[in-house]
Design a protein around this ligand. Structure first.
Ligand code: PGA
Length: 252
């Protein structure tokens, strides 16, 4: 069964306006493998400009990095899913480990964010992953499977089939240390089997599962070649167009 191949960049809180426009222009104009969906995870303030800039570029999409769990209201400084939808955004990163850690986002709140994303025609890129302490304890597989259970298993089969999962071990994010291809494959396969058990294998085989955590041009190919790895969510290496273009072209 062939799943979508996805290279998603997460710019986090980086780039000023001109630099952001230039980066997205370079990715838009760069040589990108036709079968790969490239997604730029852009700071909110630039979303509208960049979504307009890449509107007619085949295979290039834009994601917000977060949205609020409520549709509107007195939440100063926050961005809602209806707002994202109203400017033509199609994807939203939900539950990045930095949001979980610095903004105390719980599995329960993330379930609400996933819901509001779906009710506003946004595809959630749902992040999960364990800390180093959990990895060392040996409970990482069940810990991450539980993140899916608590935030996703209320969804219908149709909804969960339209979602992207990003497995990002926290100890590998921005550290230069990557999970080995075998460690990534082990987790991805475990999660896919867990979804198959909860739903069915047809659904589990539809869902793209991306790996994130220090993906770079040198390691992308071997990581992406794993059976259950359908691409990457890339932070640091997505900030330079030559590096990110190499990663986009690392699927075999
Ligand atoms: P990194 O970040 O590629 O810089 O490790 C990945 C992420 O946080 O999505």
């Amino acid at each position: 069964m062939s799943r979508a191949k996805i290279a998603a960049g997460n710019w986090k809180m980086n780039k000023t306006f001109e630099d952001a426009l230039q980066l997205s222009r370079e990715i838009a104009n760069g040589q990108r493998a036709e079968e790969v969906i490239t997604i730029l995870g852009v700071p909110s303030i630039y979303l509208k400009m960049i979504v307009d800039q890449v509107l007619h570029v085949p295979g290039l999409e834009v994601a917000a990095q977060n949205c609020h769990a409520k549709p509107s209201g007195a939440y100063t400084g926050e961005i809602s899913a209806p707002m994202l939808n109203s400017i033509g955004i199609k994807y939203v990163i939900i539950g990045h480990s930095e949001r979980r850690e610095y903004f105390a986002e719980s599995n329960e709140e993330l379930a609400e964010k996933v819901n509001i994303a779906f009710s506003n025609d946004l595809v959630p890129i749902f992040c999960c992953g364990e800390s180093l302490a959990i990895r060392k304890s040996g409970n990482h597989l069940d810990y991450v499977a539980n993140q899916l259970k608590e935030s996703l298993y209320h969804l219908t089969g149709e909804q969960i089939s339209n979602l992207i999962i990003a497995y990002e071990p926290i100890w590998a994010i921005g550290t230069g240390e990557t999970a080995s291809p075998e460690q990534a494959q082990e987790m991805h396969e475990y999660l896919r089997n867990a979804i198959a058990k909860q739903y069915n294998s047809k659904i589990a085989n539809t869902i793209p599962i991306l790996y994130g955590g220090s993906v770079n041009p040198a390691n992308a190919e071997v990581i992406f070649s794993q059976k259950d790895v359908d691409g990457g969510l890339v932070g640091g290496a997505s900030l330079k167009s030559p590096d990110f273009l190499k990663i986009i072209n690392s699927f075999s």
